[in-house]
Design a protein around this ligand. Structure first.
Ligand SMILES: [Zn+2]
Length: 217
C-alpha cells in the first residue's frame, strides 16, 4: 500500500522538477511537446476542447499556450512558436479558433474609423513601443487588427502560414480545429455550410456587412 508520506514525497519531487524544467532547454519540454495557438475568448475552454491540461502543475503542464484575439498568426505568435519549437523541445502545433468569435463581429474598416473618430492617428501608433523598428505601412492598421470574414477559412490559412514559415521546421506536426461555441463541440475546419449550419462561422452569420481589410487574401 502506498502511504500518504510516499504520495506527498512524490508530489514535492514533481514540483521541484516543474520549477527547473526550463533550465534543460529542449531536454525539459512540456508534457505533450505542444504549442497551442488559441483565441483569447473566455468562452473557448482550451483544455476541454483539446482534452489536455495546459496550466496545472499537478497532472498538467501539457502545452505552451498562446492566446490572442482570434488565435491568428501575428509577429508575437511566430516569435513564441519559434522559441518553444527551436529551443524548448516542442514538436507539435495546434491552432484553435471558434465560432461566434469577436473577430467576426465587426468590420476592421469600421474599427479604424471609430479609432480615428476618437482622435487616434492609426498610421502613427507604435505597434511595439519597446521595438520602434517594428512598424506598419501607411494604411495597414485595418489589416493588422486581423478581423476575419470566415473562421474556417482563417483557421486553414493560419495552419498554412505556420507550415510554410521558415522558423517552423518541416517535421513539426501542425493541425487546426474549430470549437463550436454554440454546441461545445470540436470540429475540423470546413467550408461545407451543411456542417456549419446553426453556427456563427462568418461575418455574414453575425450580421456584419462588407469584406474585411484583406489580411487573409
Ligand atoms: Zn474569438
Amino acid at each position: 500500500m502506498t502511504t500518504l508520506k510516499d504520495q506527498l514525497s512524490a508530489r514535492v519531487e514533481e514540483y521541484t522538477k516543474w520549477e527547473i524544467r526550463r533550465q534543460y532547454g529542449a531536454e525539459g519540454p512540456n508534457m505533450r511537446r505542444l504549442w497551442v495557438l488559441a483565441c483569447m475568448d473566455e468562452r473557448l475552454p482550451v483544455d476541454e476542447a483539446l482534452g489536455i491540461r495546459a496550466d496545472s502543475p499537478v497532472g498538467g503542464g501539457d502545452a505552451h499556450l498562446f492566446r490572442n484575439a482570434g488565435g491568428i498568426v501575428t509577429d508575437d505568435a511566430i516569435r513564441s512558436a519559434m522559441l518553444t519549437i527551436n529551443f524548448f523541445g516542442t514538436k507539435e502545433i495546434v491552432v484553435l479558433q471558434h465560432t461566434g468569435c469577436g473577430m467576426l463581429s465587426a468590420n476592421g474598416n469600421d474599427l479604424v474609423s471609430a479609432l480615428e473618430a476618437k482622435g487616434v492617428d492609426v498610421d502613427k501608433v507604435p505597434i511595439d513601443p519597446s521595438l520602434p523598428e517594428m512598424s506598419l505601412g501607411a494604411g495597414a492598421f485595418g489589416k493588422w487588427i486581423g478581423m476575419m470574414d470566415d473562421v474556417d477559412e482563417t483557421c486553414m490559412k493560419t495552419v498554412d502560414y505556420l507550415k510554410n514559415h521558415p522558423l517552423i521546421p518541416d517535421d513539426i506536426v501542425i493541425s487546426g480545429w474549430v470549437w463550436e461555441t454554440e454546441f461545445r463541440r470540436l470540429r475540423a475546419p470546413t467550408t461545407n455550410d451543411d456542417v456549419r449550419a446553426r453556427t456563427q462561422y462568418s461575418t455574414g452569420t453575425m450580421g456584419v456587412k462588407g469584406p474585411q481589410p484583406p489580411r487573409w487574401s
